[in-house]
Ligand binder design. Structure first.
Ligand code: EPU
Length: 441
């Protein structure tokens, strides 16, 4: 099986990138489509491994799904016949736990395995399960099989306050709220724009979801029926990957389509680093090298802050900065699997210990008092990078490693391409179009 990239680095990348649809919207719109009556047409769905795995999963439950054109997917959940997510499908993709919503909606009862997914920390779903219970869903967990058994005993209703916000948690509870004619309120929600896109899709089909700052109210909604095909938003994470790579390589890349409001914190920090940023038109940006890159420290946080998914790409740009920068990860634990790999290229990068006053509030994961965490790295920019053999172990780190190999002199091998391709459509083609030397081997 070809699962590696052979990359010859050291060239400035130039040209244009057309962004694919957002992975983190595609997956949820596909799952939510199973709550609709009749056909659902979704446009701009990226053909990435996560989407393809999810399609196999929903087909295994009895739904139909097929691509009509490259990125147009038609789904029909009327034929759902199973209320159990089989482990061989569910374990491949973390968002499989969001199937609680369509399966409870259809069968009133379902069996869903504890989710797999990215290796970026423990990633429990404790707050999400508490939320389901608070809305009246009965849930048991079988420690032997690793399955949740969820059952509707009464119409879901009521309020839930997230102790700390959760992106997919907000989305799942919102979908549960659509199953009932009772009012459902969720507060201290996550505010990612991907959630807004999901709301737009659900409301355009009869949902009555109202978002107000940190709160979402789901009022009596009609059954979901699609009127017009829905086009999902572009992938912000993909933009950040190509924009940082463009500048770090000394190149010049135009990226579209993207709404400026979705990347404000990224644009600000890019400008602060001295990178060239030009708004060409409403949905088109140019990112280019225009001289020395300054080190800029970042701290990740939920939207509208600097996103956790962007920090591995930021590390790649900082490898080229003239001095020392610090990245502090607040959202996930274990999101630095790229550190040891980058060292193989000659990068001067290491973990540092930064004391935080109230870690239990500061970090978004469940912080345990006596556990040792590595949440901060220091990068001394400017080291010459040479070729190496690198191994990908999670999606965003994987993109960072492939980008780092593109900056390094000589020929590198990056193993684990299929992990990167869980979230990046046509990665090889897009890089080649920018003049990068990469091939799948
Ligand atoms: N958390 C808990 N318990 C919960 C829920 C969350 O401890 O019940 C912790 C998580 O482990 C994490 C933090 O809370 O440390 C925030 O997690 P959140 O639930 O917000 O993240 P998520 O929904 O699992 C989604 C995206 C991530 C993205 C984050 C932040 C999808 C499929 N995934 O994850 O995307 O980084 O929100 O915006 O939408 C990626 O695309 O590579 C990716 C990891």
């Amino acid at each position: 099986m070809t699962d590696s990239y052979l990359i010859k680095g050291g060239k400035p990348l130039r040209g244009e990138v057309i962004l694919s649809g957002a992975k983190n919207v595609a997956l949820k719109t596909i799952i939510a489509a199973l709550m609709f009556k009749g056909d659902v047409i979704l446009k701009n769905i990226p053909k990435i491994n996560d989407v393809l795995d999810l399609i196999e999963l929903i087909k295994s439950l009895g739904a139909t799904a097929r691509f009509m054109e490259k990125n147009t997917l038609i789904i029909n959940g009327d034929t759902l016949k199973s209320n159990k997510v089989e482990l061989q499908y569910g374990s491949k993709i973390r968002v499989s736990f969001m199937l609680f919503a369509p399966l409870l909606n259809r069968f009133g009862e379902c069996f869903v395995p504890n989710p797999g997914g990215c290796r970026i920390g423990a990633r429990p779903i404790d707050r999400i399960i508490k939320g389901l219970v608070a809305l009246g869903v009965k849930i048991d967990y079988d420690t032997e099989t690793g399955y949740y058994h969820a059952k509707i005993v009464d119409k879901p209703k009521g309020k839930y306050h997230f102790e700390k916000p959760s992106h997919t948690g907000t989305e799942l509870l919102m979908m549960i709220g659509l199953m009932t004619d009772e009012k459902v309120e969720i507060d201290n929600i996550a505010n990612e724009p991907e959630i807004d896109d999901l709301i737009l899709y659900l409301n355009s089909a009869g949902g009555n979801i109202v978002e107000d700052k940190n709160k979402i109210t789901i009022n009596k909604s009609s059954g979901l029926i699609q009127k017009d095909a829905f086009t999902i938003m572009s992938d912000r994470n993909e933009l950040v990957t190509y924009a940082t790579l463009a500048v770090a390589s000394g190149g010049d890349v135009i990226i579209s389509p993207i709404n400026e409001n979705l990347i404000t914190s990224f644009l600000e920090i890019m400008k602060e680093s001295g990178a060239g940023v030009e708004k060409i038109s409403n949905f088109k940006f140019r990112f280019f090298y225009q001289g020395k890159i300054k080190p800029v420290n970042i701290e990740t946080s939920p939207h509208p802050g600097f996103m956790t998914d962007w920090q591995p790409s930021w590390a790649i740009l900082m490898l080229k900065a003239t001095g020392e920068s610090v990245i502090h990860e607040r959202v996930f634990e274990n999101r630095f699997s790229y550190v040891d790999e980058l060292k193989k290229l000659g990068a001067n990068i290491d973990f540092v210990d930064i004391k935080v006053e109230h870690p239990e509030f500061f970090y978004h994961f469940n912080h345990e008092k006596n556990k040792v965490y590595q949440q901060t790295i220091k990068i001394q920019g400017g080291e010459e990078l040479h070729n190496a053999i690198l191994n990908i172990s999670d999606l965003r780190a994987g993109a960072a490693l492939a980008c780092a190999a593109l900056l390094a002199e000589g020929e590198s091998v990056v193993n684990g391409a299929s992990i990167l391709e869980r979230g990046y459509e046509d990665f090889v083609e897009k890089i080649k179009k920018l003049g990068g030397e990469i091939k799948k081997v």
